[in-house]
Ligand binder design. Sequence first.
Ligand SMILES: Nc1nc2c(c(=O)[nH]1)N[C@H]1C(S)=C(S)[C@@H](COP(=O)(O)OP(=O)(O)OC[C@H]3O[C@@H](n4cnc5c(=O)[nH]c(N)nc54)[C@H](O)[C@@H]3O)O[C@H]1N2
Ligand SMILES: Nc1nc2c(c(=O)[nH]1)N[C@H]1C(S)=C(S)[C@@H](COP(=O)(O)OP(=O)(O)OC[C@H]3O[C@@H](n4cnc5c(=O)[nH]c(N)nc54)[C@H](O)[C@@H]3O)O[C@H]1N2
Ligand code: SF4
Ligand SMILES: [Mo]
Length: 908
Amino acid sequence: MSSKVRTTCPYCGVGCGVTAQMQNAKSSRGNANLIAVSGDVEHPANLGRLCVKGTNLGATMGQSTRLKSPQIDGADVTWPEAVEHVARSIQATIRDHGPDSVAFYLSGQMLTEDYYVANKLMKGFIGSANVDTNSRLCMAAAVAAHKRAFGEDVVPCDYDDLRACDVLVLVGSNAAWAHPILFQQAKARQRAGELKIIVIDPRCTPTAEEADLHLPIVPGADLTLFNGLLAFLHSSGSTDPDYIDRHTRNFQATLATATANAAGIEATAKACGLSTSLLVSFYELFAATEKVITMFSQGVNQSIQGVDQCNAIINCHLATGRIGRPGMGPFSITGQPNAMGGREVGGMANTLAAHLDFDSAAIDKVQRFWNAPAIATKPGLKAVDMFNAVATGQVKFIWIIATNPVASLPDTDFILKALERCPTVVVSDCYADTDTVTVADVKLPAQGWGEKDGTVTNSERCISRQRRLLAPAFAAKADWQIICEVAASMGFGAAFSYQSAAQIFAEHAALSQFENEGERVFNLASLTQLSPGDYDEMRPQRWPIQRKPFADGRFSTADGRAHFMPTPPLHLPQANVAYPFLLNSGRLRDQWHTMSRTSLAETLNQHTPEPRLQINPADAQALGIAPDSLIEVSASTGQAFYLAQVDTAVKTGEVFAPIHWTRAHAGRSVVSTLVPRVVDPISGQPHSKQVSVALRRICDVVWLRGVLFKPVSSKLKQRLLGEVLEPQASYWCVLPGRGGLHFEIACRIDDARQINLELRGLFSQAAWQTLRMGTGVRRQLVTEQGVPKLVCCQAEERNELPAYGQMTGEWYQENDTELPVASTADWRRLAFSDVDLDTSPQICSCFEVSYMDITACISRGTNTVNGLGEMLRCGTNCGSCVPELNRLIATHVDDVDTDPATFGAAEG
Ligand SMILES: Nc1nc2c(c(=O)[nH]1)N[C@H]1C(S)=C(S)[C@@H](COP(=O)(O)OP(=O)(O)OC[C@H]3O[C@@H](n4cnc5c(=O)[nH]c(N)nc54)[C@H](O)[C@@H]3O)O[C@H]1N2
Ligand SMILES: Nc1nc2c(c(=O)[nH]1)N[C@H]1C(S)=C(S)[C@@H](COP(=O)(O)OP(=O)(O)OC[C@H]3O[C@@H](n4cnc5c(=O)[nH]c(N)nc54)[C@H](O)[C@@H]3O)O[C@H]1N2
Ligand code: SF4
Ligand SMILES: [Mo]
């Protein structure tokens, strides 16, 4: 029996509709078979398309790394015991130290219903506002800017606007990778000649490669660039005096500040590191185009002047009256699937609830609505301050839900120590092995995507249902249920007696409507009376319902006018003699954040299988860094290690590292270890994109690469990390791959022997064979009762190591779970085999098409993306790899003999 369920992708803020076709979804115990995931053709966000991450959702449903039971201090307990323990801990902490010694740290990956009850419990019943969320690291700048300019945190644009604009300016956004479906929609319009795309990013990203105009700006100069744009719009007569006069205030002061900062085009261009002609082309295009959207993301938000940067963008739209009308506006794009829902419920420490802050009228309103015994009356601690307070002992109880701060907050070594010192750390997560779960005193297994049920709101304020497809794994509970059970155990049962997510949603909608005479745009009035059936069937709905925010020129400020905000630049942290490089960090195409889910899909691990640092060829040469050599990056807060990716995409003096690597995957390559706890004074958002660092090439290491053959229990993986890699390796990474767990190590020569011994020591009855090959590579095969368990190769140079495929190839042909017993003859054949395996990087993850396939096809004469698609299918599903296909065509179209070894990494 099979059934189709409509749900929503749990990754990015595009919020694509997903159709999941299930087998025995309702009746099966444990994990039903998820057969196929496809785009929901009726969903307004994606109209049927999915990117690679969405397409591979089915492959992330594995259970081996799941948190299987509630635990207290490492011992399994029952749910009632866990709930009782958490409730008593909160009560005792409040009794001894007051409500502000308790904190919740939440996430834009919780559902709205989960978020609502967590916020209600803390701000209405515990009596503190110490609820903050990972949105602080992500959207806080935009939220603060919206509030300052519009009087309310409302994103003025929607996806229909994106489909109607003539110019799309992407600022600090790598949308081709981070919001792929929206970017593909824009690309299609660009190809049809309907749209021009401009990208402002210091890096030449895959998004920038596809742009009509790329402005490779000096990091942090965006404020000056947009101040300059405002001055240009004014001096060229492109502003809208009538709109400014009728609907705004504070234009003159703002213009004066902008003009003082950006004095003349030449000086502005110089400050931005751009040629005058390039800057002028952008300014002129902006001035001449009415339907222009400025879409901005983390390159703008994650800065100590992030709020001002967002306001500088908004100022340009207000000055031209390009807001509230189709096809135009400032568009802060959300990152997480429910970042917007978290903002609706008021999940951040400086909002109370439902777009209401801490003025006395709002406090009174929310207190009466909730019938709250202990309403919070002042803002609580923002994320970085919250963890500072954990470190100083001011916060003594913290409950972390659906986020991994030990990997994602700045200064991770500090965060880890703070949590280790905290008397009670409760973590709700789906997985057992995240960096944060690992240090929790109380671990609570949460239902994940496909198991939980509720709503999320995407970047365009569209509310969609996430629906349950599967029975929950093991003992997992919905986050809202866990929170409500704790609330009930604390004596607040009456206010938390919800029987379903639908009831919570109805209350959330009712609060948005409560005594709201139109002062708050956020109002779900028409959704307060949904029956359980209506809620189950709910189709995607955008708020405000059937209305465009600010269309009438009225804003949510007291005087109804939008406020221009003067945005003088700050002194940004700079590279200096001790730390001469600026480190930038961000996303990769096929991974999601700390990889607890995406790394479970082997195919998603093939695009970038190891931690790499992008560095300009000139800098690499000056430091003696060859492609693939090991680099130590040091900052005031710590060190991290990466393989060199020598690449003109970054300018000299700048380097880029991905955010995805954690202690669970590559413990020496956690980028946030390098980021100091420096935040924007207004929003509290960390300054994550420009960190001063020093680089050093690490020599004198030997390289090991191996595979732990399937099946690999999570215990065995933990032993590999804890006993072998962490204590001995200078650099290491571990990811699931074909045949088993793939690992790579760089270590001092003296430690290699010990590592090889300890690898054998992972198996109680290990037998092993070692071979030294002609090339000097040493191979070790470990078997247990004749069954191969592990193969590991060691070489002096990394490029001498055989690829994973060459180590496992002979054993894994058809069925990679059934291992034939390796005879000595098999082993020798393997060791000396020169099978011509394709080990080049995977470019198209949807159809698993490799670099070698593609370049071979190009060298046979195919020189268009469409042609490659016809021959190999690459690029024909989600389109995420199209920029890379274009680049390969451009670089290889004249090649006769293509050699995969010349591509960055010598192997994938
Ligand atoms: N594949 C994938 N997609 C994701 C996610 C993921 O983990 N993986 N995460 C989601 C989330 S939560 C978020 S918030 C979004 C983030 O989406 P994006 O913001 O698009 O992603 P980032 O890679 O963090 O950063 C964007 C760009 O900012 C640039 N940048 C750095 N400094 C500056 C600067 O000073 N000025 C300008 N103009 N640009 C600068 C960087 O070079 C980078 O290319 O992605 C979402 N989508
Ligand atoms: N240096 C640097 N640092 C950054 C950034 C950057 O660009 N540079 N970007 C920042 C941004 S924008 C963001 S959004 C953050 C993201 O950082 P995090 O939020 O820390 O990253 P995730 O890996 O998404 O963490 C989500 C966790 O929730 C778990 N989970 C998933 N679904 C559920 C659920 O339904 N219930 C529960 N209880 N748990 C669940 C997952 O297993 C995972 O452990 O990182 C920030 N940190
Ligand atoms: S663009 Fe990709 S990751 Fe984002 S919601 Fe759509 S399918 Fe999911
Ligand atoms: Mo984010």
